[in-house]
Write a protein that binds this ligand. Structure first.
Ligand code: ADP
Ligand code: MG
Length: 319
Protein backbone atom coordinates (compact mmCIF):
# COMPACT_ATOMS: atom_id res chain seq x y z
CA UNK A 1 0.00 0.00 0.00
CA UNK A 2 2.98 2.28 0.70
CA UNK A 3 4.17 1.76 -2.88
CA UNK A 4 0.69 2.36 -4.30
CA UNK A 5 0.52 5.60 -2.30
CA UNK A 6 3.88 6.70 -3.65
CA UNK A 7 2.72 6.02 -7.20
CA UNK A 8 -0.49 7.97 -6.52
CA UNK A 9 1.70 10.75 -5.11
CA UNK A 10 3.31 11.09 -8.52
CA UNK A 11 -0.10 12.03 -9.92
CA UNK A 12 -1.12 14.40 -7.16
CA UNK A 13 2.11 15.81 -5.74
CA UNK A 14 4.52 17.42 -8.13
CA UNK A 15 5.93 20.22 -5.98
CA UNK A 16 5.17 22.19 -2.80
CA UNK A 17 2.41 24.10 -4.63
CA UNK A 18 0.51 20.83 -5.20
CA UNK A 19 0.59 20.15 -1.46
CA UNK A 20 -0.62 23.68 -0.74
CA UNK A 21 -3.46 23.26 -3.26
CA UNK A 22 -4.69 20.02 -1.64
CA UNK A 23 -4.33 21.18 1.98
CA UNK A 24 -6.16 24.45 1.33
CA UNK A 25 -8.83 22.50 -0.52
CA UNK A 26 -9.34 20.34 2.57
CA UNK A 27 -9.43 23.39 4.86
CA UNK A 28 -12.18 24.91 2.71
CA UNK A 29 -14.07 21.58 2.70
CA UNK A 30 -13.91 21.72 6.51
CA UNK A 31 -15.75 25.05 6.49
CA UNK A 32 -12.78 27.23 7.44
CA UNK A 33 -13.25 31.00 7.59
CA UNK A 34 -9.54 31.69 7.95
CA UNK A 35 -6.73 29.73 6.30
CA UNK A 36 -3.07 30.40 7.12
CA UNK A 37 -0.28 28.95 5.01
CA UNK A 38 3.27 28.92 6.42
CA UNK A 39 6.16 27.98 4.17
CA UNK A 40 9.85 27.44 4.82
CA UNK A 41 12.29 27.62 1.89
CA UNK A 42 9.52 27.90 -0.69
CA UNK A 43 7.74 24.96 0.94
CA UNK A 44 10.58 22.51 0.27
CA UNK A 45 11.54 22.38 3.96
CA UNK A 46 8.05 22.86 5.40
CA UNK A 47 4.45 23.59 4.49
CA UNK A 48 1.94 24.17 7.28
CA UNK A 49 -1.71 24.89 6.57
CA UNK A 50 -3.84 25.96 9.56
CA UNK A 51 -7.60 26.35 9.52
CA UNK A 52 -10.46 27.10 11.89
CA UNK A 53 -12.73 24.50 10.32
CA UNK A 54 -14.68 21.66 11.88
CA UNK A 55 -11.59 19.66 12.91
CA UNK A 56 -11.16 15.89 12.76
CA UNK A 57 -12.63 13.67 15.51
CA UNK A 58 -9.68 12.05 17.30
CA UNK A 59 -10.74 8.50 16.51
CA UNK A 60 -10.84 9.45 12.81
CA UNK A 61 -7.37 10.97 12.68
CA UNK A 62 -5.64 7.80 11.44
CA UNK A 63 -8.40 7.34 8.81
CA UNK A 64 -7.62 10.71 7.22
CA UNK A 65 -4.38 9.15 5.96
CA UNK A 66 -5.86 5.94 4.57
CA UNK A 67 -6.30 5.70 0.85
CA UNK A 68 -9.84 4.86 -0.13
CA UNK A 69 -10.89 2.16 -2.54
CA UNK A 70 -8.58 2.69 -5.51
CA UNK A 71 -5.72 0.55 -4.18
CA UNK A 72 -8.08 -2.37 -3.70
CA UNK A 73 -9.90 -2.36 -7.02
CA UNK A 74 -10.42 -5.93 -8.18
CA UNK A 75 -13.37 -5.73 -10.54
CA UNK A 76 -14.82 -3.52 -13.24
CA UNK A 77 -17.85 -2.78 -11.06
CA UNK A 78 -15.58 -1.49 -8.32
CA UNK A 79 -13.64 0.61 -10.79
CA UNK A 80 -16.87 2.18 -12.03
CA UNK A 81 -17.87 2.88 -8.44
CA UNK A 82 -14.62 4.72 -7.92
CA UNK A 83 -15.08 6.71 -11.11
CA UNK A 84 -18.50 7.98 -10.11
CA UNK A 85 -17.29 8.71 -6.60
CA UNK A 86 -14.38 10.66 -7.99
CA UNK A 87 -10.82 10.57 -6.79
CA UNK A 88 -11.67 10.75 -3.12
CA UNK A 89 -9.30 10.32 -0.24
CA UNK A 90 -6.14 10.33 -2.30
CA UNK A 91 -4.38 13.54 -1.42
CA UNK A 92 -3.40 13.25 2.23
CA UNK A 93 -2.22 9.64 1.90
CA UNK A 94 -0.20 10.57 -1.17
CA UNK A 95 1.38 13.59 0.54
CA UNK A 96 2.19 11.61 3.69
CA UNK A 97 3.91 8.92 1.62
CA UNK A 98 6.49 11.40 0.29
CA UNK A 99 7.09 13.65 3.32
CA UNK A 100 7.17 13.89 7.12
CA UNK A 101 3.54 14.68 7.81
CA UNK A 102 1.86 15.58 11.10
CA UNK A 103 -1.81 16.37 11.67
CA UNK A 104 -2.88 18.46 14.64
CA UNK A 105 -6.62 18.77 15.07
CA UNK A 106 -9.25 19.79 17.54
CA UNK A 107 -12.95 19.30 16.75
CA UNK A 108 -15.51 21.61 18.36
CA UNK A 109 -16.50 19.17 21.10
CA UNK A 110 -12.98 18.16 22.17
CA UNK A 111 -11.32 19.59 25.27
CA UNK A 112 -7.90 19.49 23.64
CA UNK A 113 -6.10 18.86 20.35
CA UNK A 114 -4.29 15.70 19.24
CA UNK A 115 -1.19 15.45 17.12
CA UNK A 116 -0.74 12.47 14.81
CA UNK A 117 2.63 11.48 13.39
CA UNK A 118 1.71 10.01 10.01
CA UNK A 119 4.79 7.80 9.82
CA UNK A 120 4.72 6.20 13.26
CA UNK A 121 0.99 6.50 13.86
CA UNK A 122 1.77 7.92 17.29
CA UNK A 123 -0.91 10.18 18.83
CA UNK A 124 -0.08 12.84 21.40
CA UNK A 125 -1.96 15.58 23.22
CA UNK A 126 -1.38 19.04 21.73
CA UNK A 127 -2.50 22.64 22.21
CA UNK A 128 -4.66 24.28 19.58
CA UNK A 129 -7.95 26.12 19.11
CA UNK A 130 -10.72 24.44 17.08
CA UNK A 131 -9.59 23.43 13.61
CA UNK A 132 -6.76 21.60 11.92
CA UNK A 133 -3.10 22.15 11.13
CA UNK A 134 -1.37 19.91 8.65
CA UNK A 135 2.42 20.04 8.66
CA UNK A 136 4.34 18.65 5.72
CA UNK A 137 8.12 18.63 6.12
CA UNK A 138 10.96 17.66 3.78
CA UNK A 139 8.92 16.89 0.69
CA UNK A 140 10.39 14.02 -1.35
CA UNK A 141 13.07 13.35 1.31
CA UNK A 142 12.89 9.63 0.52
CA UNK A 143 13.00 10.11 -3.25
CA UNK A 144 16.16 12.20 -3.88
CA UNK A 145 15.64 12.14 -7.65
CA UNK A 146 12.31 13.92 -7.28
CA UNK A 147 13.59 16.27 -4.60
CA UNK A 148 16.43 17.31 -6.89
CA UNK A 149 13.86 18.22 -9.53
CA UNK A 150 12.42 20.99 -7.31
CA UNK A 151 13.37 24.52 -8.27
CA UNK A 152 14.86 27.26 -6.11
CA UNK A 153 12.98 28.55 -3.04
CA UNK A 154 11.70 31.71 -4.80
CA UNK A 155 10.32 29.73 -7.75
CA UNK A 156 8.58 27.17 -5.54
CA UNK A 157 7.26 30.02 -3.36
CA UNK A 158 5.69 31.79 -6.33
CA UNK A 159 3.99 28.56 -7.44
CA UNK A 160 2.71 28.02 -3.89
CA UNK A 161 1.33 31.57 -3.70
CA UNK A 162 -0.34 31.02 -7.06
CA UNK A 163 -2.03 27.89 -5.68
CA UNK A 164 -3.51 29.94 -2.81
CA UNK A 165 -4.48 32.76 -5.20
CA UNK A 166 -6.59 30.28 -7.22
CA UNK A 167 -8.53 29.28 -4.13
CA UNK A 168 -8.74 32.84 -2.81
CA UNK A 169 -10.36 34.24 -5.96
CA UNK A 170 -13.16 31.69 -5.69
CA UNK A 171 -13.67 32.10 -1.95
CA UNK A 172 -13.76 35.79 -1.00
CA UNK A 173 -15.75 34.80 2.09
CA UNK A 174 -12.63 33.14 3.53
CA UNK A 175 -9.60 35.05 4.84
CA UNK A 176 -6.13 33.92 3.71
CA UNK A 177 -2.64 34.64 4.96
CA UNK A 178 0.67 33.37 3.58
CA UNK A 179 3.87 33.44 5.59
CA UNK A 180 7.28 32.65 4.19
CA UNK A 181 10.35 32.10 6.38
CA UNK A 182 8.52 33.83 9.24
CA UNK A 183 7.42 36.89 7.23
CA UNK A 184 3.87 37.71 6.15
CA UNK A 185 3.95 37.82 2.32
CA UNK A 186 0.24 37.95 1.41
CA UNK A 187 -2.92 38.67 3.33
CA UNK A 188 -6.40 38.70 1.88
CA UNK A 189 -9.13 39.55 4.35
CA UNK A 190 -12.69 38.33 3.98
CA UNK A 191 -14.38 40.54 1.40
CA UNK A 192 -16.92 40.74 -1.40
CA UNK A 193 -16.02 39.28 -4.79
CA UNK A 194 -14.91 42.48 -6.48
CA UNK A 195 -12.76 43.55 -3.55
CA UNK A 196 -11.12 40.11 -3.41
CA UNK A 197 -10.21 40.38 -7.10
CA UNK A 198 -8.68 43.80 -6.43
CA UNK A 199 -6.77 42.46 -3.40
CA UNK A 200 -5.45 39.41 -5.23
CA UNK A 201 -4.90 40.76 -8.75
CA UNK A 202 -4.45 44.47 -8.06
CA UNK A 203 -6.72 47.52 -8.25
CA UNK A 204 -5.65 48.00 -11.87
CA UNK A 205 -7.23 44.70 -12.86
CA UNK A 206 -10.65 45.82 -11.63
CA UNK A 207 -10.21 49.30 -13.12
CA UNK A 208 -9.23 47.89 -16.52
CA UNK A 209 -11.77 45.10 -16.78
CA UNK A 210 -15.50 44.69 -17.24
CA UNK A 211 -18.02 42.45 -15.56
CA UNK A 212 -19.39 39.45 -17.45
CA UNK A 213 -22.82 38.13 -16.60
CA UNK A 214 -24.76 35.66 -18.68
CA UNK A 215 -27.47 33.14 -18.01
CA UNK A 216 -28.00 30.46 -20.68
CA UNK A 217 -30.13 27.44 -19.80
CA UNK A 218 -28.19 25.24 -17.38
CA UNK A 219 -25.19 27.58 -17.56
CA UNK A 220 -24.28 30.75 -15.75
CA UNK A 221 -21.17 32.74 -16.55
CA UNK A 222 -19.87 35.49 -14.27
CA UNK A 223 -16.64 37.29 -13.62
CA UNK A 224 -14.49 40.02 -15.11
CA UNK A 225 -12.57 40.19 -18.36
CA UNK A 226 -9.63 42.54 -18.82
CA UNK A 227 -9.89 45.23 -21.49
CA UNK A 228 -7.26 45.24 -24.25
CA UNK A 229 -5.41 48.21 -22.70
CA UNK A 230 -4.85 46.02 -19.62
CA UNK A 231 -2.89 43.49 -21.66
CA UNK A 232 0.40 44.84 -20.30
CA UNK A 233 -0.66 44.15 -16.74
CA UNK A 234 -0.85 40.72 -15.24
CA UNK A 235 -1.48 38.97 -18.53
CA UNK A 236 -0.41 35.82 -16.71
CA UNK A 237 -3.46 36.03 -14.45
CA UNK A 238 -6.07 34.09 -16.34
CA UNK A 239 -8.44 32.15 -14.14
CA UNK A 240 -11.33 29.92 -15.12
CA UNK A 241 -13.54 28.13 -12.59
CA UNK A 242 -16.13 25.48 -13.22
CA UNK A 243 -18.62 25.07 -10.39
CA UNK A 244 -16.27 26.91 -8.07
CA UNK A 245 -13.21 24.84 -8.90
CA UNK A 246 -10.17 26.21 -10.73
CA UNK A 247 -9.67 24.41 -14.05
CA UNK A 248 -7.41 24.50 -17.07
CA UNK A 249 -9.68 23.96 -20.00
CA UNK A 250 -8.57 24.20 -23.63
CA UNK A 251 -12.12 24.70 -24.84
CA UNK A 252 -12.79 27.75 -22.66
CA UNK A 253 -9.30 29.16 -23.25
CA UNK A 254 -9.88 28.88 -26.99
CA UNK A 255 -13.30 30.52 -26.76
CA UNK A 256 -11.71 33.43 -24.88
CA UNK A 257 -8.84 33.75 -27.34
CA UNK A 258 -11.31 33.75 -30.18
CA UNK A 259 -13.45 36.43 -28.49
CA UNK A 260 -10.41 38.62 -27.87
CA UNK A 261 -8.90 38.23 -31.34
CA UNK A 262 -10.73 41.14 -33.03
CA UNK A 263 -10.04 43.69 -30.34
CA UNK A 264 -6.45 42.74 -29.53
CA UNK A 265 -4.59 43.27 -32.81
CA UNK A 266 -1.90 40.78 -31.91
CA UNK A 267 -1.41 42.01 -28.34
CA UNK A 268 -1.01 39.62 -25.43
CA UNK A 269 -4.31 38.65 -23.86
CA UNK A 270 -5.30 40.56 -20.72
CA UNK A 271 -6.11 38.99 -17.39
CA UNK A 272 -9.55 37.51 -16.74
CA UNK A 273 -11.45 35.71 -14.00
CA UNK A 274 -14.43 33.66 -15.13
CA UNK A 275 -16.78 31.51 -13.12
CA UNK A 276 -18.86 29.04 -15.09
CA UNK A 277 -21.62 27.37 -13.12
CA UNK A 278 -23.24 24.46 -14.87
CA UNK A 279 -25.58 21.63 -14.00
CA UNK A 280 -23.12 19.10 -12.49
CA UNK A 281 -24.58 16.24 -14.55
CA UNK A 282 -23.33 18.02 -17.68
CA UNK A 283 -19.69 18.05 -16.66
CA UNK A 284 -17.28 15.28 -15.71
CA UNK A 285 -14.77 16.52 -13.13
CA UNK A 286 -13.08 13.18 -12.58
CA UNK A 287 -10.83 13.25 -15.62
CA UNK A 288 -7.70 13.87 -13.53
CA UNK A 289 -6.94 13.16 -9.83
CA UNK A 290 -6.41 16.87 -9.14
CA UNK A 291 -9.69 17.72 -10.93
CA UNK A 292 -7.87 20.43 -12.89
CA UNK A 293 -9.33 19.15 -16.16
CA UNK A 294 -13.02 18.74 -16.93
CA UNK A 295 -15.06 17.33 -19.77
CA UNK A 296 -18.31 18.97 -20.85
CA UNK A 297 -21.19 16.96 -22.26
CA UNK A 298 -22.26 19.80 -24.57
CA UNK A 299 -18.88 21.29 -25.33
CA UNK A 300 -20.07 23.23 -28.37
CA UNK A 301 -22.65 25.02 -26.29
CA UNK A 302 -20.15 25.91 -23.57
CA UNK A 303 -17.78 27.24 -26.21
CA UNK A 304 -20.35 29.51 -27.82
CA UNK A 305 -21.79 30.78 -24.52
CA UNK A 306 -18.34 31.83 -23.30
CA UNK A 307 -17.39 33.37 -26.62
CA UNK A 308 -20.66 35.24 -26.96
CA UNK A 309 -20.60 36.60 -23.40
CA UNK A 310 -17.02 37.83 -23.64
CA UNK A 311 -17.54 39.39 -27.09
CA UNK A 312 -20.63 41.19 -25.87
CA UNK A 313 -18.78 42.54 -22.84
CA UNK A 314 -15.77 43.70 -24.86
CA UNK A 315 -17.84 45.39 -27.57
CA UNK A 316 -20.22 47.26 -25.23
CA UNK A 317 -19.63 51.01 -25.26
CA UNK A 318 -17.45 52.32 -22.40
CA UNK A 319 -18.97 53.79 -19.24
P1 ADP B 1 -10.62 14.02 0.29
O1 ADP B 1 -10.46 15.50 0.50
O2 ADP B 1 -10.77 13.66 -1.14
O3 ADP B 1 -11.65 13.39 1.17
P2 ADP B 1 -7.97 13.92 1.44
O4 ADP B 1 -6.90 12.89 1.38
O5 ADP B 1 -7.64 15.27 0.89
O6 ADP B 1 -9.24 13.31 0.71
O7 ADP B 1 -8.43 14.08 2.93
C1 ADP B 1 -8.84 12.93 3.65
C2 ADP B 1 -9.84 13.25 4.75
O8 ADP B 1 -9.17 13.87 5.85
C3 ADP B 1 -10.94 14.21 4.38
O9 ADP B 1 -12.00 13.55 3.75
C4 ADP B 1 -11.33 14.78 5.73
O10 ADP B 1 -12.22 13.89 6.38
C5 ADP B 1 -10.04 14.78 6.51
N1 ADP B 1 -9.39 16.11 6.49
C6 ADP B 1 -8.27 16.44 5.80
N2 ADP B 1 -7.93 17.72 6.03
C7 ADP B 1 -8.86 18.22 6.88
C8 ADP B 1 -9.06 19.52 7.49
N3 ADP B 1 -8.23 20.54 7.26
N4 ADP B 1 -10.13 19.65 8.32
C9 ADP B 1 -10.97 18.61 8.55
N5 ADP B 1 -10.84 17.39 8.00
C10 ADP B 1 -9.79 17.18 7.18
MG1 MG C 1 -8.86 16.65 -0.24
Amino acid sequence: DELVSQIAAGEVVERPASVVRELVDNALDAGAEQVTVRLVAGGVRAIVVEDDGCGIPHDELPLALKRHATSKISSLAELEGVMTMGFRGEALAAIASVSETHIVSRPADASQARRLDARSGELQPAARAQGTSIEVRELFFSTPARRKFLKSGPTELSHAIEAVRRHALARPDVGFAIWHDGKLVEQWRRALHEQRMADVLGEDFVAQSRPVELLAGPMRLQGRVGLPEAARNRADHQYVYVNGRYVRDKLITHALRSAYEDVLHGQKQPAYVLFLDIDPTRVDVNVHPTKIEVRFRESGEVYSVVKRAVEKTLSAPAG
